[in-house]
Design a protein around this ligand. Structure first.
Ligand code: GLN
Length: 538
């Protein structure tokens, strides 16, 4: 097993995950099986209980693990499916160690951060990479070097290096090259300091990736090589990119792959970045353009909807179209703000994302009603699926008080209600209906046309569902539940008869969309939006 340990210096938010997954993509292109582990040094056991406004989207894995959004980047770049063990947090590590302590596994020893916590981390990394059957495991240490909470992880990385040997582990450090002053001079001092910080914990980087708004200058590269004691070819420039999918090609151009392979004692088994290159050129030079409104409640932090954004990139590339996302805060529609309405009226399609709680739900339903009545293509996801049902019951069936019991526990028309198995669940962490579940699609439906098959599997994250009691009446009025769980008890996909594209799903299709393999529901939305635009309707 070979390892690439990725650390970050100077500031957070440098796109460490993108750099790491880009190198991973190149290693796959060279013929290796690559997996990834993301370390988050916070105390939460997982990202499931974290507010998307603070931390970005919660990414859901096949096994129901609720993970940091970087896991989504790894899955998309490496085209692999990971499980919850690929996201290590301080909370998880301490929990494992404390469980062992309680069981008496430490045989009377004093349990300490070093060696017990660091051992746990090291064993965890080795176990997960082995289970994944990978040749190379990329381990990204979240946070910035110097943070107190990432110390045990860096110490574990140092120990791992010592254990497996220098030729089997590559330390990649990502830093910031700021540009200051009127002449726009690129500065290396923050990089030097962050490397010093790394050395203090016993780690000497083998490769340095410098993030900068523009290309790194040659003398800056030399300076970093000199002061940070790495060969010049191991200093890689990562300028701002138009698309994150360009980054593997940026690294490739500078020989990052060759350097990493040489360090790890590996040969290039094949050269296969052709498909990726084609995908990137379709992303960068699209012939068409459509605009899609995303009506949500976390629209100020786009990372809250990261997988949705990426799904649009994949769906757009497949149809040679740039998808311009128009962000609309649902509450602005409730307050009848002109700007929000103007935006909604101009788009070629609408997406209603998932969410929790009552804030913004009325606004989302205003957008759903607008799309339904004006035949604007619409895709609803999870809460969007539930609210499409509520809106229909209120405005078509005339059940004015129809609601989800999440917002109105006393409604006479609880058309969306709590999953039976959720009653009595008190813990909030990891207790929703999570992960991959099968869905059967009825023949001769739009959903069937889009997916091209009857049996699919998609990822879920919800506590509420459509109340079966009302289904017969809803279906009579025009919404059909065309995707259901195999026992037919759970509603999974709905579509509206007589509308060009009005589809919603209880599951989250955005978590399985990949470059070159767009999610069928997103592809369908973009296609319908393009058709609407071409017909001159928007
Ligand atoms: N709040 C809804 C539920 O728990 C929808 C969840 C979601 O959109 N992810 O069922």
């Amino acid at each position: 097993m070979k390892y690439v340990i990725v650390t970050g210096g100077v500031i957070s938010g440098l796109g460490k995950g993108i750099t790491a997954s880009s190198l991973g993509r190149l290693l796959i292109g060279a013929g290796y099986k690559v997996t990834a582990i993301k370390i988050d040094p916070y105390l939460n056991c997982d990202a499931g209980t974290m507010n998307p406004i603070q931390h970005g989207e919660v990414f859901v894995l096949d096994d129901g693990g609720e993970a940091d959004l970087d896991l989504g980047n790894y899955e998309r770049f490496l085209d692999i499916n990971m499980n919850r063990n690929h996201n290590i947090t301080t909370g998880k590590v301490y929990r494992a160690v404390l469980d062992k302590e309680r069981r008496g596994d430490y045989l009377g020893k004093t349990v300490q951060i070093i060696p017990h916590i660091t051992d746990e981390i090291r064993q965890w990394i080795k176990r997960v990479s082995k289970e994944a059957g990978a040749d190379i495991c990329i381990v990204e240490v979240g946070g910035t070097v110097g943070d107190i909470e990432s110390m045990p992880f860096l110490e574990a990385a140092r120990e791992l290096h010592r254990e497996v040997g220098h030729g089997n582990l590559l330390f990649l450090h990502t830093t910031l090259i700021p540009i200051v002053g009127a002449v726009g001079e690129q500065k290396t001092k923050p990089t030097q300091h962050s490397v010093m910080e790394l050395r203090r914990v016993g780690i000497q980087p083998d490769m340095i990736v410098g993030r900068c708004s523009v290309e790194m200058e040659e003398d800056i590269r030399e300076k970093i090589a000199m002061f940070c004691d790495v060969p010049k070819e191991a200093v890689i420039s990562a300028p701002d990119a138009k698309s994150i999918y360009e980054v593997p090609l940026t690294l490739e151009r500078q020989g990052a792959l060759e350097y990493a392979l040489k360090h790890l004692g590996l040969e290039k088994k094949q050269k296969d970045m052709k498909e990726w290159r084609e995908f990137v050129s379709r992303i960068l030079e699209p012939k068409n353009e459509v605009s899609i409104a995303v009506v949500g409640k976390y629209t100020h932090l786009h990372d809250s909807y990261l997988s949705i954004i990426e799904s649009f990139r994949h769906a757009g590339a497949a149809q040679d179209a740039k998808v311009s996302i128009v962000w609309i805060e649902a509450e602005d529609l409730e307050q009848d703000k002109k700007k929000a309405w103007d935006a909604l009226k101009q788009v070629d399609g609408v997406l209603i994302p998932g969410g929790f709680g009552s804030r913004g739900t009325e606004g989302k339903m205003i957008a759903i009603k607008h799309a339904r009545e004006n035949k604007i293509p619409l895709l609803g996801i999870c809460y969007g699926f539930q609210l499409a049902t509520v809106e229909f019951c209120r405005n078509v069936l005339g059940w004015k008080d129809a609601n989800t019991t999440e917002n109105d526990p006393k409604t006479k028309h609880p058309v969306v209600f709590i999953l039976p198995e959720q009653k009595g669940v008190k813990d909030m962490g990891g207790t929703m209906r999570l992960g991959l579940y099968p869905v059967n699609i009825a023949n001769g439906t739009k959903a069937h046309e889009i997916y091209g098959k009857e049996k699919i599997e998609e990822r879920h994250r919800h506590r509420y569902e459509i109340n079966p009691k009302f289904i017969a009446q809803i279906e009579k009025a025009g919404i059909k539940y065309t995707g259901r769980s195999p026992d037919r008890k759970r509603m999974e996909i709905l579509e509206l008869k007589g509308h060009p594209y009005f589809i919603a799903s209880q599951f989250h299709p955005e978590f399985k969309s990949r470059p070159g393999k767009p999610s069928p529901l997103f592809a369908g939305l973009v296609k319908a939006a393009l058709e609407r635009k071409k017909a001159g309707k928007s």
